[in-house]
Structure formats: C-alpha cells, structure tokens
Write a protein of this length. Structure first.
Length: 200
C-alpha cells in the first residue's frame, strides 16, 4: 500500500487572514508531504507495507510511527479547520462538553492553556475514551490518542511550522486564530463515529 498526500479540504487562501496561503502551502505540501514520502520509504518490505495508516499509528514505533503519526495527524488537522468555522458547538457535542468540562468556555480555556504551555513541538487533542468521556490530551512530537485507545475528536498542531510564518513566536495569536477557524461540525461527526476518522 502506497500512502498518498490527501488534498486540502479547501483552497490555500481559504483560511486567510487567520492562516495564510503561504503557511498552508508550506505546511501541507512540504511538511505533510515529506512525512508521507518518508513513511512510504520506511515501510517498504516491512510488516507495515500493507497496513492502513490508523493501524500503523496504533502499532508501530520509531521512525515508522513518527512519520505515520505525523501523516495521520496532519490529515486529521486539516479537517479541524474551516473557512466557516469558529463560534460554539451545538447539539450532542455541546452537551458532552458541558457534561465533562462544565462549559464550552471551560473547554476552550483548557485547550488554550495546554497549547500555550506545551514545551517544544506537539499536538493538543480533544479525545473520547471507550466510556464516552471527553478529555484534553497533550502529546509531544507525533503523539496521538489512538495509541491509548482513545478516539480523536479535534486537534491543534503546535509545531512551529504551523504558525511561524504568520505569527513568528507569538503563539497566543495563533491559538486565537485556531478558535476563529475551529470546525465544530467535524468534531461532532467524530463524536458520533464508532471508529476513528479514516484519513485515507
């Protein structure tokens, strides 16, 4: 199985002014594309050669995990953003957030704090465990809640390449921009899934 770089679900300039077309083209084409290419080279002739990306994330280690998880994380992340994003969740997702965090504002504060205090590179996730409980999960480098048998609901990328072109070292401005773009509809779909999102 040869893994492919998925297309962005919107145009390169669709998230401006919050995320520029320059950032999206570099982030998607160069960074995400490199992870996919490296993964394909690493898995050739290994037990992972015919495995789906989700299975690689759950069972691989070392370079195969790092590149496979980064390929998965980015494919998922693009859908966590939307030109029509922002605002607040509704329906079942809003109810689940209120149940487990007290309010949407409390969740937003917890995720924002996790993003701002993450040391080095990594990801912050909203995830669901097997009992349906939501939690905020901080993962370094390529980390993904799938390795703990949790289902990813939403994520934000805190590697420098995600924000440095647009915001330099002003991470808070990037975090604020994330909330202007956050795709609650996608998060709601993930909450209802009986298996993790298929990133291809």
């Amino acid at each position: 199985m040869t893994h492919q770089l998925p297309d962005l679900p919107y145009a390169y300039d669709a998230l401006a002014p919050h995320i520029s077309s320059e950032t999206l083209s570099l982030h998607h084409d160069k960074h995400h594309g490199t992870y996919v290419n490296k993964l394909n080279a690493l898995i050739e002739t290994t037990e992972f050669a015919d495995k789906a990306l989700t299975e690689i994330v759950r069972s691989a280690s070392g370079g195969i995990f790092n590149n496979g998880a980064q390929a998965w994380n980015h494919a998922f992340f693009w859908h966590c953003l939307s030109p029509n994003g922002g605002g607040n969740p509704t329906g079942e997702l809003a109810s689940a957030i209120e149940r487990d965090f007290g309010s949407v504002d409390a969740l937003r504060d917890e995720i924002s704090n996790a993003l701002m205090t993450l040391f080095g590179s990594g990801w912050v996730w909203l995830a669901r465990d097997s009992d349906g409980k939501l939690s905020v999960e901080t993962r370094s480098n390529a980390g993904n809640p799938l390795t703990d048998d949790k289902t990813p609901i939403l994520t934000c990328d805190m590697w420098e390449h995600a924000y440095y072109v647009d915001y330099r070292n002003e991470k808070k401005r990037y975090v604020d921009a994330f909330w202007e773009l956050v795709n609650w509809d996608f998060a709601a779909e993930n909450l209802r899934r009986d298996r993790p999102f298929d990133v291809g």
